[in-house]
Write a protein that binds this ligand. Structure first.
Ligand code: ADP
Length: 476
């Protein structure tokens, strides 16, 4: 492949390095190998952590203006190489090229945002109740261990890396083994931008468990940041407890999408398609459960079915592709099992419902889904719309909140009072009101309940990488 960012080596302490063994990365659209990367182990990870710790001593002392300028250069270089990045992303994740380009823009918006926001990491001078003088400053947390998933191979890294760098932290990253090439491309760009050696390392490995444990327990690491499943989040949190590391977790969701009788139904259908089919439904904020008020149920279901059956399912490089493959055969099996379970419990299949060739799954609409269907309680992570019916606003809120998760929730209504009421009552960290797309670098992204801890993006996203220190000046 002619792509200057396609690198089949890991990146440690400013060098692209090989390993004793390698593993293949598979294109989910064709199931053929794209290339190989080193299969590194815990010892390599330990070395990278030591280098990151040593680099931190220097990096945290650089003036904010210098760190900010380097992060800004990373933004500019990423913009300049967006087509190469998008090509790599589509190859290894399968998402349509247009979505990959969108992800480069989206992920890079965090880099731009934090290059600027770093300059505003203000402390305070606090009025004292005695003769002491109280001043606060913000300082880098330290070495950060990061673990990221395959569904957003770039953006899930950018929104951790940019605030960490500008804050003065250093980072050792373990990207998902399905999508390491995007992470390595970002490492190349960071290198070109002038990020000093040791400040950012990328460890490619098949040993998620071993590396996860190392990152979560190594005493030189002060913070662990993770995006992925709630199950793995719980393990990492337990492991991080041994050294009381700071944690930021963005975990699983079970997003409800409520359509009230006073909604603009056509807008709701557009929002539903946008919020459901991005990345073939493989996002943590993807709509999992549609709750539709009984009086508009038939109309919404018919319009949604029509829109969904018109979606173009194709290889991500094909012109006009809207829905690409799922990440692998296991994901296809899980989605198929969810559909079969729902149908067996009484759901009606309106469109789709079956595997197409390879890892492609037909965009699906199921109506009359029973409350005890697996889809009600488990994250689907696939192109399935499951429609439930409700009668009253109270019932919709109760059902929407009936989950241990609380990442995103969406609803459509044109009544301002209802919008305020429901927006406040839904138990989720992010609420889309008359929109199916909520992600934005300027907004705080994150969950409540078992969907996570901490926020990414916005000014709060910078605080995750900084400690507040209080300086008490005696004044006698
Ligand atoms: P997903 O369903 O998105 O793959 P995971 O939580 O399994 O969600 O994976 C997200 C990231 O966590 C990936 O980089 C994966 O390699 C990593 N991971 C998986 N299992 C573990 C583990 N036991 N400890 C640490 N990281 C893990």
């Amino acid at each position: 492949m002619k792509n200057s960012l396609f690198i089949q080596k890991a990146y440690i302490n400013g060098e692209f390095v090989e390993g004793n063994s390698t593993f293949e990365v598979i294109n989910p659209s064709t199931n053929s190998a794209i290339g190989t990367v080193p299969d590194l182990g815990v010892a390599d990870c330990k070395n990278a952590i030591v280098e990151a710790h040593s680099a931190w001593q220097m990096w945290k002392e650089r003036p904010m203006g210098e760190r900010s300028a380097i992060v800004r250069r990373l933004f500019e270089l990423t913009q300049a190489h967006k087509h190469e990045l998008a090509e790599i992303m589509t190859l290894e994740s399968g998402k349509p090229l247009k979505e990959s380009l969108g992800e480069v823009e989206y992920g890079n918006a965090f880099v731009e945002w934090f290059a600027e926001e770093g300059k505003r990491a203000y402390g305070e001078t606090i009025p004292s109740n005695n003769t002491m003088r109280i001043v606060t400053i913000k300082q880098a947390v330290g070495v950060v261990g990061a673990i990221t998933p395959w569904n957003f191979p770039l953006a899930m890294i950018s929104r951790k890396l940019a605030p960490a760098l500008v804050a003065g932290c250093t980072m050792v990253l373990k990207p998902a083994s399905q999508t390491p090439f995007t992470a390595l491309a970002l490492a190349k760009l960071a290198d070109m931008a002038g990020v000093p050696k040791g400040v950012f390392s990328v460890i490619t490995s098949k040993d998620s468990k071993g590396l996860g444990e190392e990152l979560a327990t190594n005493p030189l690491i002060r913070k662990i940041t993770f995006t992925g499943s709630t199950e793995v989040g719980k393990t990492l949190m337990e492991q991080a407890a041994s050294t009381i590391k700071r944690v930021s977790f963005e975990l699983g969701g079970n997003a409800p999408f409520i359509v009230f009788d006073d909604a603009d139904i056509d807008a709701a259908v557009r929002g539903a398609v946008a919020g459901k089919f991005r990345n073939a439904g493989q996002t943590c904020v993807s709509i999992n459960r549609f709750y539709v008020q009984d009086s508009v149920y038939e109309t919404f279901a018919a319009k949604l079915t029509e829109a969904v059956s018109n979606l173009k399912v194709a290889d991500g490089f094909e012109e006009g592709s809207q829905v690409g493959p799922l990440i692998n055969a296991k994901a296809v099996e899980k989605v198929q099992a969810h559909v079969e379970d729902a149908i067996q419990k009484g759901a009606k299949l309106q469109t789709g419902g079956q595997q197409l060739k390879g890892n492609f799954f037909a965009p699906t609409v199921l109506t009359e889904v029973a409350d005890n269907a697996l889809i009600q309680s488990q994250e689907i992570f696939g192109p399935i719309c499951a429609l439930f019916k409700f009668h009253s606003e109270e019932e919709a809120i109760q059902k929407a909140n009936d989950t241990p998760f609380g990442l995103a929730a969406y609803f459509y209504s044109q009544n301002i009072h209802r919008c305020q009421r429901v927006g406040e009552a839904l138990e989720a960290g992010m609420i889309g009101i008359n929109t199916g797309l909520i992600s934005n670098a300027a907004a705080p992204f994150g969950g409540i309940k078992q969907s996570g801890i901490g926020r990414e993006g916005s000014r709060y996203g910078l605080d995750e990488y900084m400690e507040i220190k209080y300086l008490c000046f005696g004044n006698e």
